[in-house]
Design a protein around this ligand. Structure first.
Ligand code: MG
Ligand code: ZN
Length: 189
């Protein structure tokens, strides 16, 4: 059976960024209720992926090793709050390298979807910048912009102020879907 998934941008969605993403594990500062949100999504059987542009590695501002250490820390902090991240994918190419993985290209999403047998049409992309929403749209995901309605790209399907609120919205939606299919099965019997 195909799985549903939530694809998460990293900076500004999972951790504080303020224009300056963490360069070391010590600088990683999770936003409120992030681990709790991920644990709720897991309970509802979503796979959890992080897809992040980290062009600073390609540009030489940060080593791949430092990035891996930050991501190990992220995984552990989410786990200690009861959540699970199934996989983190990072595009470490230079921003203008023309690779297929850097958002707004949907390469990282497609790669994960293939590996984990994901039903993209029942899955979500959550991000705080236009390239996140564009990548999600290109992959046929439902997109949720984290921020204000004023700042939201026009093609975002939905807007919430943080991951916790976005999670509640996803769970309401998928709850309705489950109820509906139960109802249809009942009618067929
Ligand atoms: Mg971001
Ligand atoms: Zn790339």
């Amino acid at each position: 059976m195909k799985m549903r998934a939530v694809f998460l941008d990293r900076d500004g969605v999972l951790n504080k960024s303020n224009g300056r993403p963490p360069n070391t594990p010590e600088e990683l500062d999770l936003l409120p209720r992030v681990a709790e949100a991920i644990s709720k999504l897991k309970e509802a059987d979503f796979l959890i992926f992080v897809v992040t542009n980290q062009g600073g590695v390609g540009l030489g501002y940060m080593t791949k090793k430092a990035l891996d250490e930050i991501h190990n820390r992220l995984i552990l902090e989410v786990e200690s709050g009861g959540g699970v991240i199934d996989e983190i994918k990072a595009c470490i190419h230079k921003p203008r390298a023309g690779c297929m993985c850097r958002k707004p290209k949907p390469g990282m999403i497609f790669e994960l979807a293939k590996k984990y047998n994901v039903d993209l049409s029942k899955s979500y992309m959550i991000g705080d910048r236009e390239p996140d929403i564009d990548a999600g749209e290109a992959a046929n995901l439902k997109t949720i912009f984290i921020g204000t309605k004023l700042d939201a790209p026009k093609n975002a399907d939905h807007v919430e102020r943080d991951l916790w609120e976005a999670t509640k919205w996803i769970l309401e939606q998928s709850y309705d879907e489950t109820k509906l299919s139960e109802h249809l099965n009942y009618l067929e019997e």
